[in-house]
Write a new protein. Structure first.
Length: 137
């Protein structure tokens, strides 16, 4: 059964040496039903044409999702085509560990007018019990 959750996250992007592609270390802190830390690497390119750019990233997220502890990996792919954005952030298949084994899903992000970052995660767990009482130890 697919579920959805949303919340906010803090992010620090630290530039790494090199000219092409631009590389940054990602350090994130997710708040909400996804209570976790994310760490990863982002590669990006900004075109000389205004509004065109691209980025890719891999991010390991470690913490809890709906009270289930473990980790999973997100694959990011973003593109700006003369100001028109497309973004895909998906859970890498079979990357879930601990109680997040079998996690599948996708994430959307938004940047609020005040600069805060938000996320929306749509997910399902392969081995989720039908009866919520079965999830308790």
């Amino acid at each position: 059964m697919k579920k959805q959750t949303s919340g906010v996250f803090d992010v620090v992007m630290t530039p790494e040496p090199g000219e092409f592609p631009a590389s940054r270390r990602l350090d994130k802190r997710y708040h909400g039903e996804l209570d976790a830390r994310g760490e990863g690497r982002m590669l990006s390119f900004v075109s000389p044409v205004e509004g065109s750019a691209a980025y890719v990233a891999l991010e390991r997220v470690t913490g809890t999702l709906a009270g289930r502890a473990g980790s999973f990996v997100l694959q990011h792919s973003g593109l700006m085509n003369r100001g028109v954005p497309t973004l895909s952030i998906v859970v890498v298949p079979d990357s879930g560990t601990g109680a997040l084994q079998g996690l599948a899903g996708r994430m959307g992000i938004r940047i609020e007018a005040d600069g805060r970052h938000g996320y929306e995660l749509e997910y399902e767990l392969e081995h989720e019990p039908e009866n919520p009482l079965e999830a308790k130890p």
